[in-house]
Design a protein around this ligand. Structure first.
Ligand code: NOJ
Length: 741
């Protein structure tokens, strides 16, 4: 009792009198550590899930639990916290975690949609809203952002990430960390972020979730680790190890990456948590003979806290006795856990203040979610039908047109469909009395194979001036463990679109999905395509405003869209082959019968599909005006290692309405100590220009921006020639050059 009094009361007083510099926190941790039994230490390294572990009160009182996840009732949180603070011997508070991935109650677009905004401020704001709502119900810690690079449309979890590009992933990941954590983790508006899944989880073979990955060291450093490093540099408080084995080593047992790189090389002092049972799943991997060996491998690798499985509690004491895990490693892990709790202010303020008015669904939160949905939609095609003007009757069809649950997307444990505003609801509300909306789904849900109602949708189309078909995927078709072998529109949706297109009425497709779908045929049939991903609570009003032109689309693709499944992976920043596709290659029907053995044009392509070019490239997106790029230039032809060059171009709005262009900067290192990608994104700016307006847009590049891990595994820029482009997407742009010396 005496020691608890010391921890809870005397230390804070001592601290406040000396200004609480960081080292004081470490001294407080020393003090607590010196009082802890081994069992209590191991308890701090254990996280249980409230929904599956049953009555955890007794274990908390005995100091056998450091953290809980999945308790979201603030009254219950306070009750459990009270047990930790008042009944456990040392009174160490619990840290409460939850997957708050794109909003707690106010749901923002899924992360891949947020990435499409190319606007880190939007991402930061969304995370800040999520943090405020979460902390108000007693959640201290979210398991986001997910920064797994993905180049595979089949992988369902790409919905939760930032797409295929390491630079964009890093910028957005850092923004999300800032949004969740704010300036002070102890504030009532902040929660701890958790960057995940460390690492390469998105490179799963065949796009099958949890699959093995084979990412070699250079690719790991130059691509897969880049967003993690950016988020760690932005101050991410925690990190989660991954399920996948990379080159035979599961993320949760990877000492070289966690202890040696993250801790020793990067000098990071945050806390590492395993994924759900990923410690004991190392037995299933065949990386440990039993749970005991798995616990040893995880702690030795540097995993501070075990999520849900209980091998630490079961075996760590024994492992220490046997000398298989050092006491020092355990103390370090406990220190990392306690440091997180201090940073969150939990020792001083462990409880949820139930008297504070609830911020859930605050009007400003809903407004921010709507802006995010507006900026995340990508206009892929428009023959002029959009924005809708002079329209008297709209036929609104499609399974996602009024799907309040599904438009929220994956990972919304706490979102409520009763708060969703669908496109149907928004049209009724916003289009005014002069416009009639005829609503017929045609296909009832995205997997619905029935064609019985398609004639009703076609009849509605015939009576209308324009058809808006909201198609896509139900929320449950993407996300964890929801990979698809064929990521195309499911059910009778293609049939619906075909029948609608036959009416000859202008056809606008709005696609709400958790991934880039294979939509080549549907794009052909439509007059316009707006890709909204799963847009969240306020998706309906956002889409109506985009369709009517109240706001103009400004999203850009954070992932390339494959034309067909056999092309996957298709991504813009691939390495150069020695025999690149040239165009005009021989195709399957050009080959004469009984042709002799030949390597045709000796280039890299598909006989039956031509080039590997995507349907839509990374960075692509249209708006309701057009832009012209001219006058690209570099400030100097030679850049010194310690200097920089400015790359600039003039962008002119050549249309008749205001619009936002995402101006993108790409670089190619012409010859390196290892082969370099054909292009790499190095900067982007959202630029809003009025009709006829032009602006000079410039980017500064330094050697730091050109650095990579080369043949000797050193991170540095290498002297030589660089090509540089300023353009509207990864496939186009005006080129210039400079030499680094
Ligand atoms: C498993 C998922 O892989 C991870 O992302 C998530 O945070 C945990 N479960 C906790 O729910």
């Amino acid at each position: 009792m005496k020691s608890k009094f010391f921890v809870l009361f005397l230390f804070p007083i001592l601290l406040s009198s000396c200004g609480a510099p960081k080292s004081e926190t470490e001294k407080r941790i020393d003090e607590i550590l010196s009082q802890m039994t081994l069992e209590e230490k191991i308890g701090q390294m254990s996280q249980l899930s409230y929904d599956v572990s049953g009555d955890v009160g007794g274990a908390i009182a005995e100091g056998r639990v450091g953290s809980l996840l999945n308790v979201v009732d603030p009254v219950k949180v306070n009750e459990l916290q009270k047990i930790a603070v008042e009944q456990s011997r040392l009174g160490i508070p619990l840290v409460i975690g939850r997957d708050v991935i794109h909003g707690l109650k106010t749901i923002f677009p899924i992360p891949i949609g947020q990435a499409a905004t190319f606007n880190p401020e939007i991402v930061e704001q969304g995370a800040a809203v999520a943090a405020r709502e979460s902390r108000s119900v007693g959640i201290h810690w979210t398991f986001a952002p997910m920064l797994d690079i993905s180049r595979d449309q089949r992988w369902g979890r790409l919905a939760e990430g930032m797409g295929e590009d390491p630079y964009l992933g890093g910028v957005m990941g850092a923004a999300m960390v800032r949004g969740f954590q704010g300036n002070d983790l102890a504030s009532a508006n902040s929660i701890a972020a958790c960057v995940k899944h460390f690492v390469a989880y998105g490179a799963a073979e065949g796009g099958r979730d949890y699959g093995s990955t084979s990412v070699p060291p250079h690719l790991m450093r130059n691509v897969y680790l880049v967003p993690f490093k950016a988020a760690i540099d932005a101050g991410a408080a925690t990190l989660m190890t991954s399920f996948n084995d990379n080159d035979g080593i599961p993320g949760t047992g990877n000492k070289a990456l966690v202890r040696d790189m993250l801790r020793d090389e990067w000098g990071w002092d945050g806390m590492v948590v395993s994924d759900w049972a990923s410690v004991t799943e190392m037995v299933v991997h065949g990386f440990a003979a039993d749970d005991k060996e798995a616990a040893a491998r995880a702690v030795n690798a540097g995993v501070d806290m075990e999520m849900v499985s209980t091998s630490y509690v079961g075996y760590l004491a024994e492992l220490i006795k046997e000398g298989k895990v050092s006491q020092e490693y355990v103390d370090e892990s406990v220190r990392n856990v306690l440091r997180l709790k201090f940073r969150l202010g939990l020792f001083d303020s462990p409880y949820v203040d139930l008297s504070v008015p609830s911020p859930l669904y605050a009007p400003e939160h809903l407004a921010a979610a709507q802006t995010a949905a507006e900026q995340s939609a990508v206009l892929l095609k428009n023959d002029g039908v959009l924005p809708l003007e002079g329209v008297r009757t709209v036929a609104l069809v499609g399974p996602m047109s009024d799907a309040p649950h599904d438009q929220l997307g994956t990972w919304i444990f706490d979102g409520e469909k009763s708060h969703t505003v669908t496109v149907a609801a928004a049209m009724r509300e916003m289009l005014g009395e002069d416009i009639t909306v005829i609503h017929e789904n045609g296909v009832e849900y995205s997997r619905d194979r029935s064609v019985a109602n398609i004639p009703r949708a076609v009849a509605a189309a015939r009576r209308a001036d324009v058809v808006v078909a909201v198609v896509g995927e139900e929320a449950i078709l993407s996300g964890e463990a929801h990979s698809l072998a064929d990521p195309s529109l499911k059910g009778a949706q293609e049939e619906l679109i075909r029948e609608l297109s036959k009416t000859g009425k202008p056809l606008v497709l709005v696609v709400m999905a958790g991934r880039p779908l294979l939509i080549g045929d549907e794009v052909e049939m439509a007059n316009a395509v707006l890709y909204s991903f799963h847009p969240g609570t306020m998706g309906g009003p956002a889409i109506v405003r985009l369709l009517t032109g109240e706001v103009s689309p400004s999203g850009r693709l954070p992932m390339s869209f494959a034309r067909e499944v056999g092309q996957i992976p298709v991504y813009y920043n691939h390495n150069r082959t020695g025999r690149p596709f040239r165009g005009g290659e021989v195709l399957i029907d050009d080959i004469p019968l009984e042709a002799g053995q030949s390597s045709l044009g000796n280039t890299s392509y598909y006989l039956d599909a031509g080039s590997a070019a995507p349907l839509f490239p990374f960075g692509y997106g249209l708006t309701y005006t057009t832009f012209e790029y001219s006058g690209v230039g570099v400030s100097a032809e030679v850049m010194e290692m310690d200097g920089g060059v400015e790359v600039s171009a003039t962008i002119k709005n050549t249309g008749s309405r205001e619009g936002t262009e995402v101006v993108q900067l790409y670089v190619n290192d012409v010859a390196g100590s290892i082969a370099r990608p054909v292009k790499e994104l190095k900067g982007f700016q959202r630029v809003t220009l009025g009709a006829g307006e032009s602006r000079r847009v410039s980017f500064t590049l330094t050697a730091d921006d050109l650095a990579f891990w080369g043949i000797d595994m050193e991170y540095k820029a290498e002297p030589g020639d660089f090509r540089v482009w300023i353009g509207p997407d990864s496939s186009e742009g005006l080129e210039s050059r400079f030499t680094l010396r």
